[in-house]
Ligand binder design. Structure first.
Ligand SMILES: Cc1cc2nc3c(=O)[nH]c(=O)nc-3n(C[C@H](O)[C@H](O)[C@H](O)COP(=O)(O)O)c2cc1C
Ligand SMILES: CCCCC(=O)C(=O)O
Length: 409
């Protein structure tokens, strides 16, 4: 039966399960680095709970037999409106790190944002691509040379690969880096108490091979000048710099207000991500979902609007779309997938009768995260009576008031 629900292994049936199992597989200081955020974690918590204030209003008898979850992002068709936000240092969660995340994103045909604090070379990450799009995240640094070199490398991966013994150029097929995600909300790093308490540090000898190749970044937190964030950045200067140095699309990540959404449009950005950095920068800012509601009435249709922060269920993706987002991203589910991958054993067949078992399958863990969200999202669309992503609108949601009354949006 086509509409039977997929079964899962490893006792992971939703992202919450993945978080619990993945977290148990990590060292305390890494777990808290990934899972926690700034100060009292008020925003971190609200990013998730904001979704619980909305209720879905399904329509029935809608003939959903041709249901289509596909949409486009960065000019590329993808499986459903979900992709990975850039998160630093995947190798702390799993030895295969960003390569495993990339393999899973490629198999699923979803976009992947790659952090400039990736611990694996961007060329090795992009080598795993199929037709799915990638976006390179760029932090705004004082060190302009590091940024320029990073952009050059992202652009110069000429996406050629050997296929049927022929060297073909796959750039035209849409594979590879399509956009830069400028991280706008880090002139300083937020105050993450877990990092102070755990004396968090990356293992000796670890590098950020895309931003500072060959540099031991163990002491990054101690503020080496060559790695410092740019605290003089402004809209005009940033846009002038990036338009001069790239032909890729430029998205602003870390939009918290209507005023800054307007400025992003005014300065010709190609897209925005409404994001509070997963509650890791300024604590007690509003949940990104609440900011989405303010921004959509003024920005919808003028610029692509994506959102991240607290998206953990297919119903969350549905709700964000119903409130006007064009696309959803999430950061931590990829990390938990990698960490769960440490305990997934895959059987690889060598011959028809013999197989060997490999552990540490990071890709399978991340695929599990994607499949859970995909299956939940598809089920939500079907049960709400939406046949395509464009049909999802605010008529499918009510706001649950504290009194228990449901109000229209
Ligand atoms: C461990 C971790 C590392 C992150 N590293 C980066 C980064 O290098 N650059 C960046 O722009 N955002 C970074 N972020 C923020 C994410 O891109 C994203 O905004 C956030 O994870 C979304 O919240 P979610 O994890 O609740 O989905 C990081 C987030 C986490 C959890
Ligand atoms: C030094 C890496 C900072 C990455 C980041 O943005 C985060 O941890 O949230």
């Amino acid at each position: 039966m086509a509409n039977r629900q997929r079964k899962y292994d490893n006792q992971v049936y939703c992202i919450k399960d993945l978080e619990i199992l993945g977290s148990a597989n990590m060292l305390k200081s890494y777990r808290e680095y990934y899972n926690e955020g700034a100060m009292d974690l008020i925003t971190l918590r609200e990013n998730e709970t904001a979704y619980d204030r909305y209720r879905i209003r399904p329509r029935v008898l809608r003939n959903i037999s041709d249901l289509d979850t596909a949409t486009t992002i960065f000019g590329t068709k993808v499986k459903f409106p979900f992709g990975f936000s850039p998160t630093a240092m995947h190798t702390l969660a799993h030895p295969e790190g960003e390569v495993a995340t990339s393999k899973a994103a490629a198999v699923a045909n979803i976009p992947m944002g790659l952090s400039n604090y990736s611990t694996i070379k961007l060329e090795d990450v992009i080598a795993e691509r199929r037709d799915n799009p990638y976006a390179m995240q760029v932090s705004l640094l004082k060190n302009k040379d590091a940024m320029i070199q990073l952009i050059r490398r992202a652009e110069s991966v000429y996406f050629s690969k050997v296929c049927s013994k022929q060297l073909i150029n796959t750039r035209d097929s849409g594979a590879g880096f399509k956009a830069l995600l400028l991280t706008l909300d880090v002139p300083y790093l937020g105050r993450r108490l877990n990092e102070f308490r755990n004396d968090f540090g990356v293992p000796k000898g670890m590098e950020y091979p895309n931003l500072f190749p060959g540099v031991d970044v163990t002491n990054l937190e101690d503020g080496q000048e060559s790695m410092a964030y740019d605290d003089c950045a402004d809209w005009a200067g940033v846009m002038e710099f990036f338009r001069k140095h790239t032909k890729l699309d430029i998205w602003g990540k870390g939009i918290y207000t209507v005023q800054d959404a307007e400025l992003a449009i005014e300065h010709g950005m190609d897209g925005i991500i409404i994001s509070n950095h997963g509650g890791r920068q300024l604590d007690s800012v509003p949940a990104s979902l609440d900011v989405l509601r303010e921004i959509v009435p003024v920005a919808k249709g003028r610029i692509p609007i994506a959102i991240d922060g607290g998206i953990r269920r297919g119903t969350d993706i549905f709700k964000a779309l119903a409130l006007g987002a064009d696309f959803c991203f999430a950061g931590r589910p990829a990390i938990w997938g990698l960490a769960v991958g440490r305990s997934i054993q895959s059987k690889i067949y060598i011959t028809l009768t013999r197989f060997t078992t490999i552990k540490y399958n990071g890709q399978k863990g991340v695929e599990l995260a994607i499949n859970l969200l995909y299956d939940e999202f598809k089920t939500t669309m079907a049960l709400a009576g939406c046949r395509s992503v464009t049909e999802i609108g605010k008529e499918y949601l009510s706001l649950l008031q504290p009194t228990g009354v449901l109000s229209k949006l």
